[in-house]
Design a protein around this ligand. Structure first.
Ligand SMILES: [Zn+2]
Length: 321
């Protein structure tokens, strides 16, 4: 073809549309196919690792004569939303990431070292519905009170997602990304592709993993702190007892218990409820008539357990006027 284009490029590249197809990408390090990025088919030749939410098809992809060649010292190549209309051939990439519903046509993979594939259970919202997208290398994205979802595509990036009170989605695609989520009474549906990514949520978030394809990824939830179960500390119970006998009730963490003696559940926040009948002088018991027994409760059986003990930033503002 006389009008075929050849680009010799260095560094990170984004295919945003506008290139004539078929496109041939030679020797990229990492290739990221984002959601709804290719209207057409993709052929991967000798990639090392492929992380995919889409199953490779049995069909042979025959691209025809290349119109655009992209080569050089390419590090990451991002195929944007609506980035390619036609066929793409990726020859000799290291890692290839195929996000949910990225490619409308066939995906043929030839000679891969390893394929990590996990079928999508439910499709995520459309690209445009998302509240924020993190894209690239060592990027950071910060979102408060998201309504639909957040995506992180790339490597060594971070996302801080705070005040989550509505069910949202999270797409993580790449290597060594770190995502922190805080909120309450909401479900986060996770689509995870790649390696060494970490997603951590606060307590009171339900985690639903739709897709998990890769190695050494971590999805974990911080435990409910004992302080959430305690409504009166020992100090609070003693306060105001200047002189005289009284009975006080308070709770303390039972740090020696990893299960709850009351309900039997494995629990991270077991507390013991104590009652003391004592003679007080200036907020200290100097004689205990009856130290009382202990009873236990935890985040599973305590009436105190639950997200309502924490107010969101918005609610705090309302309460404080
Ligand atoms: Zn319990």
């Amino acid at each position: 073809m006389s009008n075929a284009q050849a680009h010799n490029l260095t560094g990170d590249i984004t295919l945003n549309g506008g290139e004539e197809t078929p496109i041939s990408v030679v020797d990229a390090e990492n290739v990221h196919f984002r959601r709804q990025s290719v209207t057409g088919s993709v052929k991967l030749i000798n990639p090392e690792y492929v992380f995919s939410c889409q199953r490779p098809t049995e069909q042979t992809v025959q691209p025809g004569e290349t119109e655009t060649t992209v080569s050089g010292s390419i590090e990451d190549i991002y195929v944007a939303h609506d980035g390619v209309d036609g066929t793409v051939v990726i020859d000799g990439a290291q890692d290839v990431y195929i996000e949910p519903n990225a490619i409308t046509g066939d995906i043929e993979i030839v000679g891969e070292e390893q394929l990590f594939y996990n079928q999508l259970t439910d499709s995520p919202y459309g690209y445009d519905a998302y509240d924020a997208h993190g894209l690239g290398w060592k990027r950071s994205v910060s979102v408060s009170d998201p309504k639909h979802g957040v995506s992180v595509t790339g490597g060594r990036s971070t996302a801080e997602i705070t005040d989550v009170t509505t069910d949202i989605e999270l797409i993580v695609s790449g290597w060594d990304n770190t995502i922190d989520i805080t909120g309450r009474t909401a479900t986060v549906t996770i689509y995870l592709l790649g390696s060494q990514n970490t997603v951590t949520t606060s307590p009171y978030i339900d985690i639903e993993i739709d897709t998990r394809a890769g190695v050494e990824n971590t999805i974990e939830q911080e435990p409910v702190p004992a302080s959430d179960i305690i409504d009166t500390t020992r100090e609070e119970a003693y306060a105001g007892h200047l002189l005289g006998r009284d009975t006080v009730t308070f709770q303390e963490p039972a740090t020696d218990k990893d299960y709850c003696p009351n309900c039997g559940a494995n629990a991270s926040a077991v507390v013991t409820r104590r009652q003391e009948d004592a003679f007080f002088v200036t907020n200290s018991p100097i004689y205990r008539f009856d130290a009382g027994g202990s009873s236990y409760e935890c985040e599973n059986c305590s009436l105190n357990a639950g997200p309502e003990v924490r107010l969101s930033e918005e609610e705090r503002k309302q309460v404080l006027g």
